[in-house]
Design a protein around this ligand. Structure first.
Ligand code: SF4
Length: 485
């Protein structure tokens, strides 16, 4: 356990995030711990001075104090105290994380802040690189993403994106931390769909009243195609009738073992332009190990069927550093994906969340599963150079806590095939109306300066019982600008 002694305990959780960049998922306390990091802050003669000490090493960061609104000052103070600790850790450990001192999930935000302050794209990339010690290739990646997002990052203020969550899966993947449950005997599907249809109808009235129209719709989960075709169709008909203006519809047909001709025909006939067919890996041993009840061959069959039925915008999700996978295994997956040439490929770095079975397997004594965090960086770099060599471009990026190697998740797409929903959601440039158990609506105010959230309850039975209350939460946020719960 690590103990932090600090003059600014209000940043304790952010400082913990910096320590985890170097030491992984460790426990951190303000009162206990064998290893101690001590911090003193002085505000003197117009300078902020942060001094960090540990193990006879010391690091001092002395910068002119920032003046501005209280919110801006707090943000800048937080950045400086984190950077000062980061400098000490870099010296102590002799390592440099690829994203430098950045711990947030959206590094592109800093790039856009610099651009909005008047910098050119090139200068903004350089600024992120030097101010946060971001590696040159990661800073360049941000620049590439900004180019792909040009002209499609924002939407008119009276448009929203729609997310519909179907929280059922055939079996549970060992790395999964979502609130999705196994579908089991399927008895909860029908009441869930009824509740969802009620939420759609009530939200249609809400959007009419608020004066918003739909830009892009996204049905995710869980695995939407895990439920019977007729149920999924009822949901799509209700959503498309309620919100007829979408220019893009995506349905995650994620698990190949849930895809069949009937469902694909239905999706096509309902005008769903974009689907995901997710291999994660084409190594069958790994698929078994991570609890995915399908093989690589089934992924190929599902993909071929989708192509045969005319789908021309297919995404494939891959995960680097799955348990037991080598760089050679990952290269094999890339070989197969390159041969298929889907319109977009999303490359994830494995994140082992505490609520996943995998976390339990890795932490319980005798756990048999090993991840390849060291190889993760090579896998991610290989995926980037190979996909970009094939004409794909990175168009959105996010980071998560507990990711192998402190890396990133990146969506790549062929020209003209970037998913609007993914960009708006990740960049928080478009309001999202989110329906279903565990879905979190995010509403933008004051030209995106303020975001309020309205979360739905995660438990499926609770959601079914309290769907009217979920809409009331959205109503108070969207119509009255109230702070969500
Ligand atoms: S398919 Fe996705 S949501 Fe379902 S169990 Fe696997 S990771 Fe979780």
């Amino acid at each position: 356990m690590i103990r932090i002694i600090t003059d600014t305990p209000e940043y304790f959780s952010d400082l913990g995030d910096v320590l985890r960049l170097f030491y992984g998922d460790i426990q951190i306390s303000l009162t206990d711990g064998e290893t101690v990091f001590e911090h003193h802050f002085t505000d003197r003669d117009g300078h902020w001075i942060d001094r960090w000490m540990s193990d006879d090493r010391e690091s001092v960061l002395d910068q002119p104090a920032f003046t501005g609104t209280p919110v801006e000052v707090k943000r800048l103070r937080k950045r400086q105290v984190k950077l000062a600790l980061y400098n000490l850790l870099k010296e102590l450990t002799g390592t440099r994380p690829p994203w430098g001192s950045l711990t947030g999930i959206r590094p592109t935000r800093l790039l856009y802040e610099a651009i909005e302050a008047g910098m050119s794209l090139e200068d903004a990339v350089q600024n992120v690189q030097t101010a946060y010690d971001v590696s040159p290739d990661r800073a360049a990646l941000l620049g590439e993403i900004a180019k792909m997002q040009a002209g499609i990052r924002e939407a008119p203020a009276n448009q929203f994106d729609l997310y519909i969550g179907i929280p059922f899966c055939k079996t549970r993947c060992s790395y999964c931390s979502f609130s999705a449950g196994e579908i089991g005997d399927g008895k909860r599907v029908a009441p869930y769909v009824d509740a969802l249809l009620r939420e759609i109808a009530m939200c249609r009235a809400l959007m009419d009243e608020a004066g918003y129209t739909l830009r892009a719709g996204y049905v995710g989960g869980g695995t939407p195609t895990a439920i019977p075709c007729a149920d999924l169709e009822r949901i799509l008909i209700a959503a498309q009738t309620a919100f007829p203006t979408a220019v893009e519809w995506t349905v995650e047909a994620g698990r190949p073992d849930t895809i069949d001709e009937e469902k694909l025909r239905m999706l096509r006939d309902r005008g769903i332009g974009r689907i995901s067919v997710n291999p994660q890996t084409f190594n069958d041993e790994t698929l078994k190990r991570i609890g995915r009840a399908h093989t690589g061959a089934e992924t190929l069959e599902a993909y071929a069927l989708a192509r045969k039925l005319g789908f021309d915008d297919i995404n494939m999700d891959l995960i680097a550093a799955l348990p037991g996978e080598t760089v050679a295994d990952f290269r094999h997956t890339l070989d197969v994906v390159e041969g298929l040439r889907p319109e977009s490929v999303t490359v994830h770095s494995l994140a082992i969340k505490r609520s996943s079975k995998l976390h339990e397997q890795l932490t319980v004594a005798g756990g048999h599963t090993q991840t390849n965090a060291e190889g993760a960086a090579e896998m991610i770099t290989t995926a980037r150079s190979r996909l970009m060599g094939q004409g794909y471009r990175p168009y959105y990026l996010y980071r998560q806590k507990y990711m192998a190697g402190n890396l990133e998740n990146v969506g790549y797409a062929l020209p003209g095939k970037a998913c609007l929903y993914n960009i708006g959601n990740m960049e928080e440039t478009v309001s999202v109306l989110a329906l279903g158990a565990g879905a979190i609506s995010k509403w933008l105010f004051d030209r995106t300066l303020r975001i309020e959230r309205a979360p739905n309850v995660r438990n499926i039975d609770e959601y079914i019982a309290r769907v009217d209350e979920m809409v009331a939460r959205k109503r108070s946020v969207i119509l009255c600008g109230e702070v969500g719960r």
